[in-house]
Design a protein. Sequence first.
Length: 203
Amino acid sequence: MFEIVRVRDKIRVPPAKLGSGMKKALLEIAQEQYEGIVDEDLGIIVSVINAKKSGEGKIVPGDGAVYYQAELEFLVFRPRLHEVVEGIVTETAEFGLFVRVGPMDGLIHVSQIMDEYLNYDSKGSVFISKESKQRIGLNDKVLARIVSISLKGTLADSKLGLTMRQPFLGKLQWVEQQIKDARSGKTKEGEKKKKAAKKGGKK
């Protein structure tokens, strides 16, 4: 998800920056230039954490600036298909949940929240499952799997599709309960079979 990547690029240092320490100047310019950029190959550049010149600078006639080849270190957010991520619900709508994952929001469509039928309470900004009455809404922490990625130009244009309809995914409290049930041998399928057996035994 979060990675450190190293790249080489040309940095233009304007005359006003030439009097200050070169390393500091390169870092400030690189931060202004790259932070927040969405790159299909690199991911989202969250922060420029290091910048140092490589070799001597070059002057272009008619331009008072100096151009340096620089070695840059970026902290990037690079989502991977099928990766399991932790996030927090930042917004709800009748069609699903928006979940903050790193620097971007992903969408969990209502059909991908859980296996049960869900009712949406718009006043409480919460979904409530019909059978078990489980609730999920604003500020809930969740585990989800990435099922689609579209990185385009800006964060606003980039999209992340998520699902929680798999074992050990969902609201963190649900996941913790699933783990406890799995350790004790108690599963949803097992409970359904027990209920069916009880109904079958009644006369």
